[in-house]
Design a protein around this ligand. Sequence first.
Ligand SMILES: [Fe+2]
Length: 280
Amino acid sequence: MGQIVQAAKITHVPTIWMSHTIEKYKGMRQPAIDGYAKIRAAALAAKVDTFVVFDTHWIVNQGFHLNSKPRHKGNFISHELPHMLSDMAYDYEGDAELSALIVEEVRNKGHRALGHNHPDMGVEYGTLLPMYFINEGAPIRLIPIATNQFSSIDECRQFGEGVAKGIERSGRRVSLLASGSLSHTFWPNNLSVAGVNMVNGEFNRQMDLRVLELWQTGKWAEFTEMLPDYAAKCDGECGMTDTAMLLGALGWDSYRGKGEIVTPYFGSSGTGQVIVNLPV
Ligand SMILES: [Fe+2]
């Protein structure tokens, strides 16, 4: 029987790539790169077969979509922030078998789920950037999962339950990664360069810090109750659907883990970022 052996909320900001590739920015996001290294080490220690990534940059408008290609291979440039993220080569094995089981279980819950194996289907940087550091050269399969910008938090909770059921039916040891920010209010153009390392607004910053306290103390009933408001009021990245999917898979308000900070909270281009391990 398959199982979830790792779960984490992770950052994917392009400034990490700048920190890695551009001399001028070297070290700027070292704590995030170090955090990825810790997630990688834990995944290898847990003998993870497959990374399932809820990607807030693969944004869809209808239903739920999985990239079920047997191999993810290409070269990436971000169309959103091409000056920050380009020339990223990738090559990961996919997991069509687990993807099909997840699709089936999500459909059993009455939702529309589709797996895609089209040769032109690429992967977005919400998946690729973390995978570059966490899965480069490691023999771990990958399923990128889209987030639906028009879905409700409750639909995403149910989707997450379907993911957990699919994993259970597989023989896989799975790492679930919710790839998205906490608050997500970019700076206006005239402040975007100066604000590269800051969170846009004290309200957002305080909300994010309080949320991290709730996670670290395992107050999941409180957090799941406030998640729809938090997502709306703090401009959640794709509505914080990645977080809802992850918690849905972990049991929602009955999840009992206490979040462990892997990379401390930081501001990036106005958004609030973190890496938190959610013990399973
Ligand atoms: Fe993002």
